[in-house]
Design a protein around this ligand. Structure first.
Ligand SMILES: [Zn+2]
Length: 262
């Protein structure tokens, strides 16, 4: 599932794929991918235009078209982008296709259709319409501290709550907690101040490292948990076996020996 580092990579890809390209039309192959707009409206807004600028916020991509209009692209569970040069051979799970005047197309693929594309006025609107909290890479240490300290819920659920902190999903929540040495079921309000500071710096470090490796998880440093997400796999700290539990229905990997429960 695309999380903040993956969407950062999508953004770079989007920028390269759409650079200076005039949009000929938009083909909507699966209507369920649209939220609050239609194929007709998208074509009216996008035809003859060029994507001017882009931004990433949490797990969303903002694609600016003009000063007061842009797209909110959310990748859901299985979203992806692919630039194609032969419009007769679009990828199998293409839900929407931007066709450019040079004959190329940019496919938005999403096998499970948990993603969405909608029209927004600007980035602020994208944030408010999706009820997003501060982005995980721009939230300050003080803001982060306030969020964690006040909540009695499980720390993994707090980190994954997009309306509190935006950008972290199941895999990176596990990774950040593993590297910070905090048990995923630790209660936010019980975590000591110095550990919250450690959690904040670890969150930044993990997300930035992932972006540095262009979100290619198999290339990440061996001390990361990410390539040990299997029951009974060995902890990268060489202290024992990886444990598996469910938190809010999500499969959670952690190490009982490395991660402290508060
Ligand atoms: Zn361990």
């Amino acid at each position: 599932m695309p999380e903040l580092p993956d969407v950062s990579v999508f953004r770079d890809y989007f920028d390269k794929a759409t650079h200076n390209k005039k949009i000929e039309r938009v083909d909507v192959i699966e209507k369920r991918i649209l939220r609050g707009t239609s194929e007709k409206e998208l074509n009216k807004v996008l035809k003859g235009k060029i994507f001017k600028n882009s931004d990433r916020y949490g797990k969303h991509l903002f694609a600016e078209i003009g000063s007061k209009v842009g797209l909110d692209i959310h990748f859901g569970m299985t979203g992806d982008l692919e630039l194609i040069d032969d419009l007769s051979k679009i990828p199998p799970y293409t839900r929407l296709l931007f066709v450019f005047q040079d004959g190329e197309g940019l496919a938005f693929e999403d096998q499970r259709i948990f993603g969405h594309i909608s029209l927004v006025n600007n980035l602020d609107d994208l944030v408010s319409q999706n009820d997003l909290g501060k982005d995980a890479l721009t939230i300050t240490a003080e803001e982060f501290h306030e969020i964690i300290r006040k909540r009695r819920g499980k720390i993994k659920s707090i980190l994954m709550n997009q309306s509190l902190i935006s950008g972290i999903g199941n895999v990176y929540a596990d990774e950040i907690l593993f590297q910070a040495g905090i048990h995923p079921e630790a209660k936010g309000s019980r975590i000591p101040d110095d550990k919250i500071r450690k959690l904040f710096s670890t969150m930044n470090k993990v997300l930035k490292t992932a972006i540095k490796y262009e979100a290619h998880r198999e290339d990440f440093p061996t001390k990361f948990l990410i390539n040990h997400r299997r029951e009974n796999d060995e902890c990268p700290g060489k202290c024992g076996k990886i444990n598996v539990i469910k938190i809010n229905g999500r499969t959670t990997y952690f190490c009982d020996a490395c991660q402290q429960l508060y």
